[in-house]
Design a protein around this ligand. Sequence first.
Ligand code: FMN
Length: 333
Amino acid sequence: MKYILAPLAGFTDAPFRLMCQEGGADLTYTEMVSAAALAHTHGPTRHLMETLPGEGPVACQIFGANEDEIALATRIVSALKDDAGRPRFCEINLNAGCPMQKVTKCGAGATLVKDPAKVHRLLKAMVANTDLPVTLKTRLGPHPQATTAFELLDAAETAGAKGIAFHARYTSQLHGGPLHLNVLADLVSRAHIPVAGNGSVTDAATAAVMAQTGVSAILLGRATLANPAIFNQLKAAFQPSELPNPPAPPNPPEPSLSLCERHLAYVLAFREQLAAKFPEDHVPSVDGFASVKMHTHLFRYFNGRPGAAALRARLNAVRTLAEIREIIKAGNS
Ligand SMILES: Cc1cc2nc3c(=O)[nH]c(=O)nc-3n(C[C@H](O)[C@H](O)[C@H](O)COP(=O)(O)O)c2cc1C
């Protein structure tokens, strides 16, 4: 079983991906990148496609609804290289599942769940414009009375996609409600390409249930945010060959505040990299950058600790790196 960090807009930047790779992720995804923005503008969009030295395999996810923009974005992503001159990404993925209005109103993301023929055209445009493997991330259909997943699978296969990931929910469910693992298992049994499963896997028990569908990989999203080491914990706890035995208890997790310090160090390294590489772009000050990243990630490392609420409140109010460091130190003592 492969364990993969799912794309999470606003979260799966290079520092967090590196944390997850160190925590055992076999593959990570960038945040979704707008094909229209890539095709027509420069600037901050390219920050989303930056990787840090030492990152393992990263897939770049794009979203869009226009074939020409998707084709151009695919060429741009495919041409990016890492420091050693190798392709920066190991895969390029089309988002056909995001329910956010700013994405769906342009006909992208979850709008595509309703239109497998269009998904086919977009994927074909990607395949024709890259040597990288092209994959699709999608849902089961717009709502439980309209399952389009089998048509989406067919669209992906006939367009030449090399894999497909299903969030085992319908668009109408957003990110909650029951998973439809029977549909996922059916999809796996019909597929000719690898199928990955996604949705509310938070521990070895939920991973074991998802694994029973026969998926070749599991994407983890929200459960990684406070615990980027979850991938190694799952690997240690759960071997598919052990089914149907109950999973073993996970390894003791690393103290979360040392993770927090490491994450902050990667955030700072990432800011340095952006500032050095894109001097013409606006990159926030060290204090501003650290504060923004701290607001989305670092407070989660305090979950469950004595005094966590007070520490989190202090983190919310801080505006400088020195203050963030003080709070982490206070949390450690
Ligand atoms: C804050 C947030 C941002 C997300 N951003 C993306 C995204 O950029 N691309 C995408 O395909 N899915 C995105 N998703 C969906 C996740 O990748 C995943 O499918 C969903 O959270 C279910 O998995 P989970 O229960 O393990 O979190 C996002 C979800 C959340 C909660």
